[in-house]
Ligand binder design. Structure first.
Ligand code: PGA
Length: 305
C-alpha cells in the first residue's frame, strides 16, 4: 500500500472543512493538489471516501470508517516527533491532558501544580470538554492523558480509577432538609433539579438516579457547575455534583448538603490513555503520579478554604 502522509493530511483537512477549497486554504496548497491527493487515496483504498453534498463534499460511509484510522496515524506520528525532539533536548517535555468539565476544573489544577513541582521544566497543557470529545482527542493522539468520570468502555482506551468520586446532593443553606439526615429521595419529588448541559456525565448520573427511583421532578438545564452552584445557593433548586466541585462552598457554609436515605451512586475518577502505540516516558510518569498519595494530598489541599 502506498498511502502517503500528504494524502492523509488532505483527507483530514477536507473532513474538517467540508470542501476542497477550504482544505486547500488550510493546507496552503492549490485545490487541484487536494483533489488529486483525495483521488489517489480513494484509488489506493479501492473505495470512494467522499460524496457530493450540495456545493461541498462529505464523507461516504467508507470515508467515515477510514477517518479514525487516518487521524490516529497522523496523531501517533506527531507523538513520535515530540518524543524524538524531547530525547534530543530540542523541545520542552510535554504532557497534554484532556479532562471532562468537573475534572478539568477541580482535579487538573492541583495535579498539574504537584506534578510540575516534581518535574520542573515540564510543560502541561489542559483541554476541557465533554466525555465524547475528550475520548476522541485521546484516540486521535491529540491528548496524552484523559481524566473522566467513567471507565472508557472502548478497547482502544485503557483507564484505571485513581480517586473515589464522591457525589453530594446540594441545596441552599436555609433548606429545612439540610442537615436533617436520612431524607427519602421521594421528599425531593416536588423540587426543581438543576441539570448540567447535554453530554455531561454529571447530568446523565442525575437522570439515571431519578429514573432509578421513579421520580419525574421538574428539571432545569443550567449549563455549568458554577451556574448550578450559584442557582442552588439562592434557592432555585437542588442538584448533585462531585464533592471536589462543592467542598469549598460546603466548608464555608455557602451551600448545604442533603443526606439521602437511598444514598448516591458510587463513582470513581479515571485516568485514561490510548491503548494504541508507544507511550512517552513522561506520560507514563504522569499516569503513575495521579495514583500517589502526593497527588491525592494536592487535590485535597485545593479544596480547603
Ligand atoms: P462532567 O463530567 O463534569 O462533564 O459532568 C463528570 C463526570 O463524567 O462524572
Amino acid at each position: 500500500m502506498t498511502v502517503t502522509l500528504n494524502q492523509l493530511q488532505s483527507f483530514l483537512a477536507v473532513t474538517r472543512s467540508g470542501s476542497v477549497s477550504g482544505a486547500a486554504e488550510e493546507l496552503v496548497v492549490t485545490q487541484p493538489s487536494v483533489s488529486a491527493a483525495l483521488l489517489a487515496l480513494s484509488r489506493e483504498l479501492g473505495v470512494e471516501l467522499t460524496e457530493r453534498s450540495g456545493r461541498g463534499i462529505r464523507l461516504s460511509p467508507a470515508g467515515r470508517a477510514f477517518l479514525p484510522f487516518a487521524s490516529s496515524v497522523l496523531g501517533l506520528l506527531e507523538q513520535g516527533r515530540q518524543a524524538a525532539r524531547e530525547a534530543a533536548g530540542r523541545s520542552a517535555s510535554l504532557v497534554r491532558i484532556a479532562a471532562v468539565t468537573t475534572a478539568g476544573e477541580y482535579l487538573a489544577p492541583p495535579l498539574v501544580q504537584a506534578f510540575r513541582a516534581r518535574h520542573p521544566g515540564v510543560e502541561l497543557t489542559l483541554e476541557v470538554a465533554n466525555r465524547e470529545r475528550v475520548f476522541r482527542w485521546v484516540l486521535d493522539h491529540d491528548a496524552d492523558v484523559a481524566i473522566g468520570g467513567r471507565a472508557p468502555g472502548d478497547d482502544r482506551l485503557v483507564g484505571e480509577p485513581f480517586l473515589p468520586n464522591e457525589l453530594v446532593l446540594i441545596t441552599s443553606r436555609d433548606d429545612p432538609l439540610a442537615g436533617r439526615g436520612d431524607v427519602p429521595i421521594a421528599e425531593l419529588a416536588e423540587r426543581t433539579w438543576l441539570l448540567r448541559e447535554e453530554g455531561s456525565g454529571t447530568r446523565s448520573m442525575i437522570e439515571e438516579l431519578l429514573a432509578l427511583h421513579g421520580l419525574r421532578p421538574r428539571t432545569l438545564p443550567f449549563g455549568s457547575n458554577g451556574a448550578i452552584k450559584h442557582a442552588v445557593r439562592i434557592g432555585l433548586g437542588v442538584s448533585v455534583q462531585s464533592r471536589v466541585a462543592v467542598e469549598l462552598e460546603l466548608r464555608t457554609g455557602m451551600l448545604a448538603a442533603i443526606q439521602l436515605r437511598e444514598g448516591l451512586p458510587e463513582r470513581q475518577w479515571y485516568a485514561l490513555r490510548s491503548a494504541v502505540g508507544p507511550q512517552r516516558p513522561l506520560v507514563t510518569d504522569f499516569l503513575a503520579f495521579v495514583h500517589t498519595p502526593e497527588a491525592r494530598a494536592a487535590i485535597e489541599a485545593a479544596q480547603r478554604p
